[in-house]
Write a protein that binds this ligand. Structure first.
Ligand code: CP
Length: 303
């Protein structure tokens, strides 16, 4: 079975194949879709809230001619509320569908699900662990808009401790040559040591800094993230991190003409709406790319 559980599972060859497939999916989606998988059913099992990931996966499945089953909120409206284990739930849902896309509160939940599933499982976010499909669409956006990933200077900003997209993107970037990552965060949400260790093992150049203005002139990609209030252990800890790094028109004016601003979204004030009309603001285009990447991933699961 082909599962998508974490970003470390992807090598460069697979990434290139996936991006090529996503490019083809842009054409398919532009034509309204295809009846490629009329007999396939995808389950969406989301224990945490989602706009982009769930809607784009569901849209992707519909564009490929398949069908979707799921519940708005698996914590509340599945038998998890009666104490059913994740493993039992997956065993049951695997019998009703051909693919499970799951978002869960716990790190490692997707791996636990895959261990008992008889159908492919896609990790749509496991707590503060990983969000591999988001990182794939992030990288696809950089490839498309920057014209390649080798040699890029990427600034990751904000909540780097709990930010699962940042972890997955860091792992994917380890497949490329001469990339440099600047991690910019408040002191209490720094990039975890296990992510740094992985980058060191792969020979990836990185730095940690508190100084966003200092790298604004040199970075090619600004990957801004939300300070995730819901993941902090206390309101006091959240207050220490909140509002420290905001991309606004002043900062934008110091960036390169060809810079690119990404954000997995949702945002909560860390990118000022004034920035939205600037061509360097790529975050809404980035969200659309999620559809194409997820169409490509669904196809791969079924092949
Ligand atoms: N980027 C992302 O995962 O967005 P959602 O939480 O809305 O799915």
């Amino acid at each position: 079975l082909y599962h998508v559980l974490g970003a470390k599972q992807f090598d460069r060859e697979e990434l290139e194949q996936l991006f090529s497939s996503a490019k083809a999916m842009e054409v398919v989606a532009g034509e309204g879709g295809t009846q490629r998988f009329p007999n396939k059913i995808m389950s969406t099992l989301f224990f945490e809230a989602s706009t982009r990931t769930r809607f784009s996966f569901e849209s992707a499945m519909h564009r490929l001619g398949g069908r979707v089953i799921g519940t708005e909120n698996a914590s509340q409206f599945s038998s998890a509320i009666k104490g059913e284990t994740l493993e039992d739930m997956i065993r049951i849902i695997a019998g009703y569908s051909d693919l499970i896309v799951m978002r869960h509160t716990d790190i490692g939940a997707a791996k636990r699900a895959a261990a008992v599933s008889t159908v492919p499982v896609i990790n749509a976010g496991d707590g503060s662990g990983e969000h591999p499909t988001q990182a794939l669409l992030d990288l696809y956006t950089i490839e498309k808009e920057f014209g390649g990933i080798d040699g890029a200077h990427i600034a990751m900003i904000g909540d780097l401790t709990y930010g699962r997209t940042v972890h997955s993107l860091s792992y994917l970037l380890a497949n490329y040559r001469n990339v440099h990552i600047s991690f910019i965060s408040p002191e209490n949400v720094r990039i975890p040591s296990y992510v740094k260790q992985y980058l060191e093992e792969k020979g990836i150049s990185y730095e940690e800094t508190l100084d966003l203005e200092g790298i604004a002139k040199t970075a090619d990609v600004f990957y801004q993230t939300r300070i995730q209030k819901e993941r902090f252990p206390s309101p006091e800890e959240y207050a220490k991190a909140e509002g420290k790094y905001i991309i606004d028109r002043n900062l934008l004016n110091t960036m390169k003409d060809k810079a690119m601003i990404l954000h997995p979204l949702p945002r909560a004030g860390e990118i000022h709406p004034d920035v939205d009309q600037d061509p360097r603001a790529a975050y809404f285009r980035q969200a659309v790319n999620g559809l194409y990447i997820r169409m490509a991933l669904i196809e791969k699961c079924f092949e």
